[in-house]
Design a protein around this ligand. Structure first.
Ligand code: HEM
Length: 211
């Protein structure tokens, strides 16, 4: 555990168990026969939606840390991001192994034919390098600049996840639209912060040149 004091360790454990919570809940629902009429569809959907929620939480941590002036929050971003990856990997595994019984030709056809699967798969493929490079060793190897650049892929992955969701719902599009609005606000904040930082840097450089 990368935290020195007790309070931070407790927060880390709380974050870890909060991320694990939904899976424990599905297991409980399984034991109590509460997974509905189509348990496979229910599990695929729940894993997908929790994966998306956690990706969005990981995206919200930096703005929250800045707005609340709590830079320590950033420490939990990696844990949440890795849990998001775990949910989405389980989402994909349930689809491949339980829904399609590893029928690769059929899965291949699905990826090519159904736009929501194509987009989900693209998001997953982009997510893999982020999970693989999430260790301190990989951060050192890539260097902070390249690492940061690579991890900006999340700005593409999350909108792809929302689009995947939007395309697959048949009737009520309100939930994916709400997720889309939240993601737009989160990405809009990033864009605003980036533009402001750039402007400040340009003003400083101009002041230095004029001095
Ligand atoms: C970043 C990647 C992904 C995210 C964030 C994601 C998210 C979601 C969400 C939010 C749902 C809908 C949940 C609901 O209705 O409550 C869903 C459903 C689904 N996803 Fe994904 N997904 C991703 C990748 C994939 C991949 C790679 C596949 C398979 C190749 C896949 C296959 C499915 C299927 C089959 C459903 C259920 C469709 C249905 O019941 O009609 N997803 N996903």
């Amino acid at each position: 555990m990368p935290f020195a004091n007790m309070r931070d360790r407790l927060i880390y454990l709380a974050v870890w168990f909060a991320c694990l919570g939904p899976i424990l809940w599905f297991i409980f629902q399984g034991f109590t026969d509460d997974l509905g009429a189509n348990p496979i569809e229910y599990i695929i959907r729940q894993l997908g939606v929790w994966g998306l929620r956690l990706l969005m939480v990981s995206l919200a941590i930096t703005p929250a840390a800045k707005l609340l002036r709590q830079p320590r929050l950033i420490r939990y971003r990696r844990t949440v991001g890795l849990w998001a990856f775990a949910y989405i990997a389980l989402h994909l595994s349930t689809y491949v192994g339980i829904d399609h019984f590893f029928n690769w030709p059929e899965i291949g056809k699905d990826i090519l034919k159904r736009p929501y699967i194509t987009i989900g798969m693209t998001a997953f493929v982009l997510l893999v390098p982020l999970a693989v490079t999430s260790t301190n060793g990989m951060l050192r190897r890539l260097g902070p600049k390249n690492w940061k650049r690579l991890h900006q892929l999340v700005y593409v992955i999350v909108p792809l996840g929302v689009t995947h969701y939007y395309l697959l719902v048949k009737k009520d599009v309100r939930p994916p639209v709400v997720y889309g609005v939240i993601v737009t606000i989160l990405l809009g904040y990033r864009l605003y912060a980036w533009a402001r930082q750039r402007r400040e840097r340009a003003l400083k450089a101009a002041a230095k040149a004029a001095a």
